[in-house]
Design a protein around this ligand. Structure first.
Ligand SMILES: *Cc1c(COP(=O)(O)O)cnc(C)c1O
Length: 230
């Protein structure tokens, strides 16, 4: 894992340089879903500080048992009835994909008197199987976000299609970046497009070249996931 992380850091730095960017501005979220706490602890010992999980139950299980002070990211689809379990516990929710969900996050954040930071998930490639707002839907819901006093939208996230050649996703990343620039220009309350969360094990270098400042990497750090079906 140490070698894998070193290689990833080098590749992140090289991709950043290629794009004329400072490698320091790129945050690595280590996607630890399906991996045990020991694997997370190992990653921490090699310098990882941010971890991403896609299931609420697994996330809260790990948060409760983790002694180290790390940042947690929810990156998978969130059901409204589970919002109460994670508000106040996670650093950032990457996967906000409906107004209903925003309403529930607002409600739970108000209850706890905290501000919850989120990203809007965008289904740029318009894949049937994926969650997220469509590009034009995002533009339509923006004015509604001003009323959510206890939510800050910090940016956008996308899960690009799985492709053999990561170059195929370059256009997707470009489009998300452009959307984020367009939104920032609108100067909407509670919205600040600081974060572009895009790029996974297979395509993070291309994503960085196109403006990603948060990459979510699982397999390349922890190895292949084995899903148990018990
Ligand atoms: C699993 C997952 C990742 C990491 O994928 P890898 O291919 O293992 O790097 C990133 N983002 C989301 C939303 C995921 O569910």
């Amino acid at each position: 894992m140490k070698e894998a992380l070193n290689e990833i850091k080098e590749r992140i730095a090289a991709a950043a340089k290629k794009a004329g960017r400072n490698p320091e501005e790129i945050r690595l979220v280590a996607v630890s879903k399906t991996y045990p706490l020991e694997a997370i602890e190992q990653a921490i010992s090699y310098g990882c500080q941010e971890f991403g999980e896609n299931k609420v139950q697994e996330l809260t299980y790990k948060i409760e048992r983790m002694n180290h002070d790390v940042r947690w990211h929810l990156i998978g689809h969130l059901q409204t009835n589970k919002v109460k379990y994670i508000v106040g516990k996670v650093d950032l929710i990457h996967s906000v994909d409906s107004i209903k969900l925003l309403e529930e996050i607002q409600k739970q954040s108000l209850k706890k008197d905290i501000i919850t930071h989120v990203l809007l998930e965008v289904n740029v490639a318009e894949e049937e199987s994926k969650y997220g707002f469509l590009m034009n839907e995002v533009k339509e819901i923006l004015p509604l976000i001003e009323k959510f006093s206890h939510i800050r939208v910090d940016g956008l996230m996308t899960v690009a299609p799985y492709v053999e050649d990561p170059e195929e996703n370059r256009e997707i990343f470009k489009r998300l970046r452009q959307l984020s620039v367009d939104i920032q220009k609108q100067n909407i309350n509670n919205i600040d497009m600081e974060i572009l969360s895009m790029g996974m094990s297979n395509d993070y270098e291309i994503a960085i070249e196109e403006g990603a400042n948060v990459v979510r990497i699982g397999t390349a750090i922890f190895g292949r996931r084995v899903y148990s079906h018990t």
